[in-house]
Design a protein around this ligand. Sequence first.
Ligand code: MTE
Ligand code: MO
Length: 337
Amino acid sequence: MLIKLSRASDCKESEVTPEPIYLSRRSLMGVTASALAVSALPSWASAADPSRYEGVEAGSAPAWLNDKLGQTRWGAVTVQGEPITPFKDATHYNNFYEFGTGKGDPAANAGSLKTEPWSVVIDGEVGKPGRYALEDFMKPYQLEERIYRLRCVEAWSMVIPWIGFPISALLKQVEPTSKAKFIRFETLQDPKSMPGQRSGFALINWPYVEGLRLDEAMNPLAILGVGMYGRELPNQNGAPLRLVVPWKYGFKSVKSIVRISLVSEQPATTWENIAPSEYGFYANVNPEVDHPRWTQARERRLPSGLFSPNVRETAMFNGYGEEVASLYTGMDLRKNY
Ligand SMILES: Nc1nc2c(c(=O)[nH]1)N[C@H]1C(S)=C(S)[C@@H](COP(=O)(O)O)O[C@H]1N2
Ligand SMILES: [Mo]
């Protein structure tokens, strides 16, 4: 996969041989707990920026996934001059309504999600439809670390080091037909493990669905995430497979994906269905188009507290305009919000 170099999301290949978190943990069996905590830092990361992976908890991924993560191309895309959000914030301040609507609910409740075994269905307008075990689904792709800003429509933001692969690589494999114009993603529906889906008050018509225009999905920045902070995805962040589209509001980045469909019509998506005047299909980060109930000109960068709210200006396309603005040439972004 060729990624175009550009200033806004500076590309930097790491020369350092990576030693991800799970490896250090594995080789430390029998060593004291405090030594373990220190060594949970991947050594390559501490060489580059010691603060980067501080406080990261080691995961418990299956061996095949750890092996795959170990082959990641580290630091493929980075954010310059903005610190990475602490692991604790990225994993304890979440939106994942399947596990509750409170920011702490996903961390508290997502332990019930069973991510192994996991399978993904590819269907619709493709030459090669099928149902794949996640391991086989991921096998063809080189994983890359992508450090991206994440901007929620609720006006908070983070900087997260994802691990994933470009959707364009997947599309090459499954061969969309000439009728394919959009790509639709569906989250797991399983009320037994997802308490939010059992709630009588849920405003979402499950399963959670999101979608992209095909050319948006082909953009090199659009990835399917399988890990973060040098390890597998924690359940609350959308394990074992989620979308990451950094120039769009966070709600586009659908979690725990079980089905990917190539379709000819623009799919009906979850938040657009709930409140079409507030949440559009495109949902591109745009400081000039306010949400009907609040401004989108600014954002709170986490960690953010009462006495240090850490407010910053929101950038057009979340700072990824150089890469994505051409997708929207000639479109009125006030109408297509
Ligand atoms: N299935 C599903 N995916 C989802 C959501 C959700 O409620 N359900 N919330 C979205 C929203 S609003 C945001 S901001 C991001 C948050 O991702 P994070 O918790 O990993 O930061 O996930 C998105 N993906
Ligand atoms: Mo969000």
